[in-house]
Design a protein around this ligand. Sequence first.
Ligand SMILES: Cc1cc2nc3c(=O)[nH]c(=O)nc-3n(C[C@H](O)[C@H](O)[C@H](O)COP(=O)(O)OP(=O)(O)OC[C@H]3O[C@@H](n4cnc5c(N)ncnc54)[C@H](O)[C@@H]3O)c2cc1C
Length: 415
Amino acid sequence: MPSAALECDVAIVGGGMVGASLALALSALPLEVVVVEATPPEDDSQPSFDTRTTALSNGTRRVFEGLGVWDEIAREATPIRRIHVSDRGRFGSAVIDAAEQQVAALGYVVENRVIGRALWRRLRLSPRTRLIAPATVTQARGSAAGVHLDLDGAAAGGVGARLIVAADGAGSLVRTCAGVGAERWDYGQTAVICQLTPERFHDHVAYERFTPAGPIAVLPAPAGRVGAVWTLTPEEAARVMALPDEAFLAELQQSFGWRLGRLKAVTRRVAYPLALTRADAAHAPRTAIIGAAAQGLHPIAGQGFNLGLRDAATLAEVLADAPGEDPGAEPLLARYAQWRHTDRRALIAFTDGLVRLFGSPLLPVQIARNVGLVLFDLSPPAKSAMAKLSLGFAGRQPRLARGLPLAVPATGERP
Ligand SMILES: Cc1cc2nc3c(=O)[nH]c(=O)nc-3n(C[C@H](O)[C@H](O)[C@H](O)COP(=O)(O)OP(=O)(O)OC[C@H]3O[C@@H](n4cnc5c(N)ncnc54)[C@H](O)[C@@H]3O)c2cc1C
């Protein structure tokens, strides 16, 4: 006899950075939640919680405070106190300074695996959240009353839910099953990620350096190390990936320069092909699409996760504000999608524009962007607008990102 489906209110497919954050937010609400994750966080091949470092905005820090995981993450987070932007071989450079912007930090750099450990540790304590991992969703079939998920690996009867959340990354199967298309623009670039030990202390400065081959981001990390994201053509990336450590360090040194002195040691390198993925919609019948499943961005501005977390915080708030209602009801999902529209559109355009501006080999564009960097450095309003973006203040913010509780007491005024 076939086993019965596991029934719940909300099934989240993908327990990566964004899906696990949503699950934790929903654990504060009277909802039965199931998370299906193909690779648990303690597995070395986990694609979301890998050896990358992520730059978290101040808005993200507030969401993590609200979810009760910031104290654990903060122990291994490195504050960014300055951002230094420059163009290799040209005169323009710009600096954004935390003190000038009257904040303690412009953001925080944390290893993804630290975030994963904190989120999952807390999730495992939540009585209303059921974690099914490892298990892969192979099919999602909708009806008027709910969605049924077929699983490979566990829970043979599958999972039935009134709302299904696609948090399964840029190649989302759930998004496809829901009939939502996605546009994919291949940048023809690959990011080579590693950690470096430089001769000089980073002094909490994040560097973004534009080179003819692509941007290099160098982020401050714990124990005097720095995290590097080196963007190259796929061919160049394959070549530098195969170099012995010393030759790799010498080439990176030449592109990045000597601001941190000699680059002395490098950890294991990992390569990520870069593309822009944009879902045609953020919802479908009984389905909400969040995180990289909704938009996968180039890491040039370090905004993909921060944006995805705002998807999660917004969806959680829409559900928190509709107690007792069907969580998969169309008006709720439409409200979520509409609220996210401006933030998603603005950040996709901003990130994509940066890639194109700084990727252009045309001399007039190169001159213009260098003049732009100098003017930017001289213009307090432009700097503070950019700082606001890196601080996570763009658009209307969900309560969690403003440091407010997710659920408002029944008698309380809605903030
Ligand atoms: C090189 C690089 C650097 C970056 N740096 C930054 C940064 O500094 N700041 C920032 O904000 N963002 C950054 N990002 C973006 C950030 O990593 C992503 O936005 C984030 O990982 C998206 O998280 P997610 O949970 O939506 O998706 P993912 O991380 O893709 O996670 C999807 C999860 O779903 C699971 N899954 C997939 N399919 C199934 C299935 N069928 N069944 C069950 N489970 C499934 C996967 O195992 C995975 O755990 C960077 C990205 C890259 C590539």
